[in-house]
Write a protein that binds this ligand. Structure first.
Ligand SMILES: Cc1cc2nc3c(=O)[nH]c(=O)nc-3n(C[C@H](O)[C@H](O)[C@H](O)COP(=O)(O)O)c2cc1C
Length: 447
């Protein structure tokens, strides 16, 4: 035990869960994808487990094949989390908002509203967009990489300047003196970049945490550099513990190179799981989800992973000796290594799938102890500061995590017994920030 604790959040999208079979399970309500109450219930469960944040990705086009499954994003995540904020009190709310289509004034106003409405619980997953479908929906061509990241720098710096344009010193309305606000502390910013600008000031005062916490995904070079300048939370999608450690190390050194303290940036890996009272029962639960997703399709994916042609008629049989000898490794991911091991051990094709080998993120299908072991191993190895959990079936998966994994992490001293504060900055152990970080140069606004 190194005495490290971990941060915990949940990556959410559709209300059914992340497994492609979840929306077809007997209990699933197929039209739930536009039901805000379903998202509220999920948020309340996460809050019951003391999770630090909910992270919502965003895409501004139909993302996913509607012929075979729900859209991964439907309702605008800022609006969704505004509804969630009214029904929760502690958990952090982190929507994704693209810098490619929105103007800084709109972002500053919307996210500050979420921050004020939630009493200091808002974050901003700051993303540049890249899919042509998204740009087409705004009548725009896909910009060059240089323009895409140039705009990102301008948008974030102007947004943060707007957040500082209404200072705390403006004070509270005073009925006795009749002075509503000291407007010498509510000042225009007058910033004009190459692509965006704003005069200001913003029309909403700071929240209890000052301003929303910036999150960014771990992306390519320019994205990592930008994250080193602005982000406090890094949404990581590593395929293994080694990749997670190297991404975290890189983020820490890039953050220091930008003049900030490495401990100000928390690297948070996606991790998935499937729970049961025993490993066998967890695998059976997952096999039902695999069946619901369409076993033919799933076996086609497994065929690719093993480098073999599998026949759906053999779903309940193990591989033949010749097949086992013919297996080929491709990515070396945790999931691929597991699939090869299970196949060599003589497990049936459905059983191999039931161990979660097709999950996009590293994880465990097994007991709460096994999931807690994996989380502990990653944190103690310095591979991550915490996890954004990806839940297979939200019907029971998040409740099971809260009831079966969280108590073990608490017993091991890896999670606090309860929320220590009520703002997202407090959950992440971050100091207040209002406005642009003074340690950074004025690069974007002056370019
Ligand atoms: C973990 C993760 C989460 C992301 N979330 C979103 C998202 O919610 N919406 C979006 O449009 N792009 C998202 N992206 C894409 C990034 O914003 C970025 O455009 C992509 O990684 C390509 O970056 P690059 O142009 O620097 O190579 C995400 C990427 C990663 C790795």
């Amino acid at each position: 035990m190194t005495g490290r604790t971990m941060l915990l959040g949940a990556m959410l999208g559709t209300p059914y869960g992340n497994h492609p079979g979840a929306w077809r399970m007997p209990w699933a309500k197929p039209d739930e994808y536009t039901d805000v109450d379903a998202h509220v219930r999920t948020a309340q469960t996460a809050e019951r487990g003391g999770l630090d944040y909910l992270f919502y990705p965003d895409r501004t086009f139909i993302w996913g094949d509607l012929e075979s499954g729900p859209p991964i994003v439907s309702i605008d995540p800022v609006m969704l989390l505004a509804a969630v904020s009214a029904q929760t009190t502690k958990i952090g709310l982190v929507p994704s908002v693209s810098t490619s289509f929105n103007e800084p004034y709109g972002i500053a106003r919307q996210l500050r509203a979420l921050d004020v409405m939630s009493h200091g619980r808002a974050g901003w997953n700051l993303i540049p967009s890249y899919e042509p479908e998204a740009f087409a929906n705004f009548g725009l061509p896909v910009p060059s990489r240089e323009d895409k990241y140039g705009r990102l720098h301008e948008v974030v710096q102007i947004t943060q300047a707007l957040w500082a344009s209404w200072g705390r010193e403006a004070g509270a309305p005073d009925k006795v003196t009749g002075r509503f606000a000291d407007t010498s502390h509510i000042r225009p910013i007058g910033l004009q970049g190459r692509q965006v600008g704003s005069r200001g000031p913003l029309q909403i005062p700071p929240s209890e945490q000052g301003q929303p916490v910036v999150f960014m995904p771990f992306a390519s070079g320019a994205g990592v550099q930008a994250a080193g300048m602005y982000a406090n939370g890094i949404i990581g999608m590593p395929s293994s513990i080694e990749e997670s450690r190297s991404q975290r190390d890189m983020m820490r050194s890039v953050t220091e190179a930008a003049g900030r303290d490495a401990d100000e940036v928390k690297y948070l890996s996606f991790a998935t799981f499937g729970l049961g009272p025993t490993e066998n029962e967890a695998v059976k639960r997952r096999m039902a989800l695999e069946d619901a997703a369409g076993i033919d399709k799933r076996l086609a994916h497994l065929s690719m992973m093993l480098g073999l042609r599998l026949d759906a008629r053999d779903r309940d049989k193990p591989l033949t000796v010749t097949q086992v000898q013919g297996m080929q490794r491709r990515s070396g991911s945790r999931q691929e290594v597991l699939a090869h091991r299970l196949a060599s051990e003589g497990r049936s094709l459905r059983e191999i799938l039931g161990h979660g080998v097709l999950d996009q993120n590293p994880g465990v299908v097994g007991t709460g102890e096994q999931v807690a072991d994996m989380f502990q191993e990653w944190v103690e190895a310095g591979a991550t500061d915490g996890f954004s959990i990806v839940v297979d079936d939200l019907h029971d998966g998040l409740d099971d995590f809260v009831d079966q994994v969280v108590p073990i992490l608490r017993r091991r001293g890896l999670r606090p017994a309860d929320y220590g504060g009520s703002t997202l900055r407090e959950h992440l152990g971050l100091a207040e920030q209002i406005g642009r970080d003074p340690r950074l140069t004025d690069r974007a606004a002056e370019d």
